[in-house]
Design a protein around this ligand. Structure first.
Ligand code: NDP
Length: 332
């Protein structure tokens, strides 16, 4: 696996808890961290054993960095991607890729213009378990796909109960979790929904302006329906994905998660059996490794491209608009 020299853009929790460990397990170098807060950058660099810290322009000016991993708050994704691309750095950007379709398109265009790879760090689509589910569906194991149900209602950990609950920087469960659902459903169904209805609400023990629970129903051009339930407020429910077809059902439990866990059961006329999923590689390693392979020309694309990240975000935008307006929202 080709190693990269990384600059972190954003001294974030996800970089510290998942991505830096994944990069290092794969033998990559984490060279520098850029943060808007100099004291925090120093603390973060020290506790994560990163040799260099500074501003974004300091980090982008270095010639010992091949790629940046952007995990800042969501409103910074576009400007930071544009600056990184202009500096000739490949970009792996966190989800939601952008806060508007226009921003997402500008990010894709900036990276194309600069000739750098843009990937989106959706961790689920590349996982062994979701690849196995897509393969079953593509092989016709359940016949014609009629419906998908996504169970992604979880409890937001206390350490993450900050900007997600309300800042204008892309807070709210719809931007945070529904785009993860879409990152899984879009490649499974091979399309975006044509239209969406949704309701969102406030349920948590916090006094926060952003919605913390949302249910949506999406319709596809071929007549398939998708139902999603995303929440920051549910403590003890398993996550899951049900793929319902004309001839069978795939029932996957504990698979909408950050870890390579979960089970897949196939039910059809022959009965019920668990599907073996041998690939249990760490989901963030898969994302980093696939991105590096694309940078080195050993793969023709990262695991999730910039455009696919934008398409996942587009579903979140439609769901949020539907919930805010009470209207059915078309995705054009
Ligand atoms: P954090 O809240 O941990 O960090 C976001 C930013 O807040 C940091 O980049 C940093 O700003 C600032 N910050 C954080 N802690 C401090 C502190 N103690 N003092 C000063 N500033 C601080 O964000 P998350 O890790 O929860 O999320 C970051 C991004 O990653 C988001 O886009 C999110 O959607 C995505 N994400 C993706 C996940 C996945 O599985 N793919 C999972 C979790 C998040 P600065 O940029 O200036 O350094």
């Amino acid at each position: 696996m080709p190693a990269l020299r990384w600059g972190l853009v954003g001294a974030s929790d996800i970089a510290e808890t998942r991505m830096v460990p994944a990069m290092r397990r794969l033998g990559h170098d984490v060279v520098a961290v850029a943060s808007g807060n100099a004291d925090w950058a120093a603390t973060y660099a020290n506790r994560n054993d990163i040799g260099v810290h500074g501003s974004l322009s300091d980090v982008l000016a270095r010639d010992d960095i091949d790629a940046v991993y952007i995990s800042s708050t969501n409103e910074q994704h576009r400007p930071q991607t544009e600056l990184a691309a202009a500096a000739g750095k490949h970009v792996l950007c966190e989800k939601p890729l952008a806060l508007t379709v226009e921003d997402g398109r500008a990010m894709v265009a900036a990276c194309e213009r600069a000739g750098v790879i843009l990937g989106t760090n959706h961790h689920m689509p590349g996982s062994g378990i979701h690849r196995a589910i897509r393969q079953l569906a593509a092989d016709g194991a359940v016949g014609r796909l009629l419906a998908v149900r996504v169970f992604h209602a979880v409890m937001l950990p206390e350490r993450l109960q900050g900007w997600r609950l309300g800042s204008p920087a892309g807070g709210g469960v719809t931007l945070d979790i529904t785009c993860h659902d879409a990152s899984v459903i879009n490649p499974l169904l091979g399309a975006l929904p044509t239209d969406v209805v949704a309701l969102a609400t406030h349920q948590g023990p916090w006094d926060a302006p952003a919605e913390d629970a949302v249910m949506a129903t999406m319709r596809y051009a071929d007549g398939a329906l998708v139902q999603t339930h995303d929440a920051f407020t549910v403590k003890h429910a398993p996550t899951g994905l049900h793929v319902l077809g004309s001839d069978g059902a795939i029932l996957a439990t504990n698979v909408m998660t950050q870890d390579p866990i979960g089970t897949v059961v196939l039910r059809d006329a022959a009965g019920e059996r668990e599907i073996d999923v041998p690939d249990r590689q760490d989901l963030y390693e898969i994302s980093v490794g696939g991105f590096a392979a694309a940078v080195r020309g050993e793969a023709d694309r990262p695991v999730v491209t910039g455009l696919e990240g934008l398409q996942a975000a587009q579903v979140s935008f439609a769901v949020r608009q539907a919930a805010e307006t009470g209207e059915r929202v078309a995705i054009g």
